[in-house]
Design a protein around this ligand. Structure first.
Ligand SMILES: *[C@@H]1O[C@H](CO)[C@@H](O)[C@H](O)[C@H]1NC(C)=O
Ligand SMILES: *[C@@H]1O[C@H](CO)[C@@H](O)[C@H](O)[C@H]1NC(C)=O
Length: 396
């Protein structure tokens, strides 16, 4: 057998398992051998045209008044049965009871699980999957539901259009607080138990808790678009709801998320920290992101902007007062001139002509009721200068 025959055999031998293995047994990662850019080689949908996450460019979103607030159903009725917390090697997953669901969408959706995505560098170093105007949050919570009106279960729904509804909650570390202060108690229901599932494939029962405490208060303002699972197999079946309001956690809480878990199993000799488990934003490809609120009315004013507006309004009022005063004085002045013209000079010049010329018509310098006009203001003086100043003092 010659060299080319051998290399052909070798090639076939090497290629065949790879081609066959393009299913669940492929261990994908966020970086490395089967990193994000390789996902689509094994999971074709990851190379699709409606992928998630995306960057939300707020000026390019489209306001849709039909987008009513989403309503969590049974999120607070957690009961006594513990939740299961699981390290799947990619994230920490909390399985949710099937009586939890989501309303406010065209179909009824049933809750399945929730999980987190985070970074590695502490606050302000990325970690969220979705970004808004190019800006990352520190972490992101996803609450996954399937369309239980159209499909019998999660596995049937996840490959179908409108099969899933995922809530995306951006998480940021509260600024200006010392480490440990002002924790978000809702998130401790998860974070306090991460130490029990440090290695991949480990799971633990955790006390059931009110899942709604993890959501922002304002469920009425969100972005909606058609997208995908953000992990392989990247099925393009998700109606995304990304809330406008971010939830806050402490720096210590973020550090627990970022440093406690391993992507490696307990049996593996090399421990691999589970970090930076967020996918890069994907092209929109002509998709439209809808907003349940109009960007302008929703904008909150900063103290600086409020001050600027107050000063602006005050200046405007003062300016208006000056103009009104000027007009009143001008009218009074020309009315007097007109009287003089008619009475004293008996000329044919009308007050209209005078106003039209915007200055007094030539006329004999007779008299002027100085008492009435002695408080001429500067505006008046500058416009009709000489005429007023050298008025004779004689009264008719
Ligand atoms: C989900 O539903 C499909 C279609 O009815 C069924 O074939 C499948 O066995 C179900 N899977 C699970 C996990 O229940
Ligand atoms: C998602 O796609 C469906 C068509 O399958 C369309 O009717 C719907 O308006 C889209 N939703 C959004 C938010 O783009």
């Amino acid at each position: 057998m010659d060299i080319s025959g051998l290399s052909l055999l070798l090639t076939l031998f090497i290629l065949r398992p790879a081609a066959k293995a393009s299913a669940e047994e492929i261990t994908w990662t966020y970086s490395g051998l089967v990193g994000q850019s390789e996902w689509s080689e094994y999971f074709p949908e990851c190379g699709g045209t409606a992928q998630s996450p995306v960057d939300v460019i707020t000026t390019q979103t489209k306001y849709d008044s039909s987008l009513i607030p989403v309503t969590p159903l049974g999120y607070s009725q957690h009961g006594n049965k513990p939740f299961t917390l699981y390290n799947n090697g990619h994230t920490a997953v909390i399985e949710l009871p099937e009586w939890m669901g989501l309303g406010g969408l065209p179909w009824l959706f049933t809750a399945v699980q929730m999980h987190l995505h985070w970074g590695s560098g502490g606050p302000s170093h990325g970690g969220s999957e979705h970004t808004i105007n190019g800006l990352s949050a520190d972490a992101e919570l996803h609450v996954v539901h399937y369309n239980s009106e159209l499909y019998p279960n999660m596995s049937a729904a996840m490959t179908q259009r409108n099969g899933l509804a995922v809530l995306g909650i951006l998480i940021v570390v509260i600024k200006g607080l010392k480490t440990g202060e002002e924790t978000n108690p809702g998130f401790n229901n998860i974070l306090n138990y991460l130490s029990r599932i440090r290695h991949a494939k480990q799971s633990a029962f955790i006390p059931a808790f009110d899942v709604q405490t993890l959501l922002p208060k304002d469920l009425g303002r969100y972005y909606r678009y058609n997208g995908s699972l953000t992990t392989p197999p990247c099925y393009q079946s998700v109606m995304w709801t990304l809330f406008n309001e971010r939830v806050q956690i402490s720096k210590a809480q973020l550090l627990k998320m970022e440093t406690l878990l391993y992507s490696s199993t307990a049996e593996e000799p090399d421990r691999m920290l589970l970090q930076d488990n967020y996918r890069a934003t994907q092209p929109l490809n002509h998709r439209v992101i809808f907003a349940s609120f109009s960007a302008e009315s929703g904008k909150e004013l900063s103290p600086g902007e409020v001050t600027a507006i107050v000063i602006g309004v005050m200046c405007g009022c003062v300016g208006l007062a000056v103009i009104v005063r000027f007009i009143v004085k001008t009218i009074r002045f020309f009315r007097l001139l007109h009287l003089e013209t008619v009475v004293v000079n008996n000329s044919s010049t009308s007050s209209w002509d005078i106003l039209h010329n915007n200055r007094p018509a030539p006329m004999p310098r007779t008299k002027k009721p100085e008492e009435d006009e002695k408080k001429q203001d500067m505006v008046m003086n500058s416009t009709s200068d000489g005429e007023i100043k050298d008025k004779p003092e004689t009264d008719p």
